[in-house]
Design a protein around this ligand. Structure first.
Ligand code: ACO
Length: 326
């Protein structure tokens, strides 16, 4: 089988920032509560930008980073649950904006794990056709699904997009995707966004109800996220003859600093080997891992030769891990 290589990475977040102090103005919360429970200090929130706008900017940066032109792309995969429109998909809208025709565009839905799921789809496509050059994005305007009156959820989320390009060619500076492991537990209660689904249709004149927003059982997610991310990380390492001592950097889904720290601890990784940017961006769902990966590369937290481990967890419930050799 053909390996997939990461040729370019990029991320983009909207300019506007809501600090914890800003949130104190509209919900009954404090910077102290948010910081101590989540590690989040601020999040970026769209003003006029849409999911497509964020995806487009991240894509431009990934293309530039790869030294590629948009028309070299064969497939466009966008992991999101906050697409601009139900039809067309974000991937189709992005094709239009990039001026492309006759490509293979699709959105992929696996909540926060969407990006890692999309990487696995891209790997399969590259195995079907080694000439594929696949753009894989994770993009969310989560704040469109945030109830700004619910303090137990609104403090957690932010907007942003990240993108990578996967090919079968090993180039200078590229990251070899050694493997992806995915798992899930199909269930319908722990984390939901139900509104506008066909079982929860909107009718003309409806007032948006609670089901429009992200609803979650925070404690349950916390426990399951720690358990699932650490076990699937150990599994992928063992499968390839590695131990956690071989890992140079763990990039976990950026949901919450306490979850991230608990996963790092279970894997016995020192804190400097666990990448954290949740303080700046909050939880950006499917965008969280590609943003973190692109930022880590940009700031030199990933060096040539490094073994990088991704671990994700999200609604569905879905989880997964990825091993990349840079
Ligand atoms: N400010 C102040 N008080 C708050 C806030 C807030 N923003 N939110 C909740 N509280 C209050 C609650 O009302 C509750 O008060 P009560 O005891 O009087 O009822 C109290 O704080 C404690 O609430 P808990 O829910 O018990 O707090 P907990 O310690 O469990 O922390 C948290 C909550 C941070 C949500 C935690 O459960 C968590 O991190 N869960 C993971 C959730 C998550 O990351 N979801 C993201 C989506 S899924 C994913 O991406 C993997």
């Amino acid at each position: 089988s053909n390996f997939s290589y990461i040729r370019g990475l990029g991320y983009h977040v909207p300019e506007r920032v809501y600090t914890n102090a800003d949130l104190e103005k509209f919900v009954d919360t404090t910077d102290e509560w948010i910081s101590s429970r989540t590690g989040i200090k601020q999040r970026h929130v769209v003003e006029n930008e849409t999911c497509l706008d964020l995806t487009f900017e991240a894509t431009q940066k990934a293309l530039k980073n790869a030294g590629m032109e948009a028309d070299e792309l064969t497939h466009i995969l966008v992991a999101t649950f906050t697409a601009d429109t139900i039809i067309p998909s974000t991937a189709c809208l992005l094709m239009e904006r990039l001026g492309l025709k006759h490509r293979i565009p699709m959105d992929i839905s696996a909540a926060c794990s969407g990006f890692v799921y999309a990487v696995e789809v891209a790997r399969a496509l590259i195995n079907l056709n080694p000439d594929s050059k696949i753009l894989v994005c994770g993009s969310e305007v989560l704040t469109s699904r945030v109830n700004w009156e619910d303090r137990s959820t609104c403090v957690l989320f932010g907007d942003g997009a990240g993108a990578i390009i996967l090919t079968s060619e090993d180039c200078e500076n590229s990251g070899k995707v050694i493997d992806v492991l995915l798992s899930s537990e199909g269930e319908s209660e722990t984390l939901t966004v139900r509104g506008s689904g066909s079982a929860y249709p909107y009718k003309l004149g409806d007032v948006v109800g609670e089901e429009h927003f992200i609803q979650m059982q925070g404690r349950s997610i916390y426990r399951k996220a720690v358990r699932s991310m650490s076990s699937i990380s150990n599994e992928i390492l063992a499968k390839h003859g590695f131990t956690t001592k071989d890992v140079d950097l763990l990039i976990p889904h950026q949901a919450n600093l306490r979850i991230i720290e608990a996963v790092g601890k279970k894997l016995e990784l020192p804190t400097e080997k666990v990448f954290v940017n949740v303080d700046k961006f909050g939880n950006t769902s499917a965008a969280s891992i590609p943003i973190a990966l692109a930022e880590a590369k940009e700031i030199g937290a990933i060096k040539s030769g490094d073994l990088v481990l991704l671990a994700t967890f999200g609604g569905g419930l879905t989880w997964g891990s990825t091993l990349i050799q840079f």
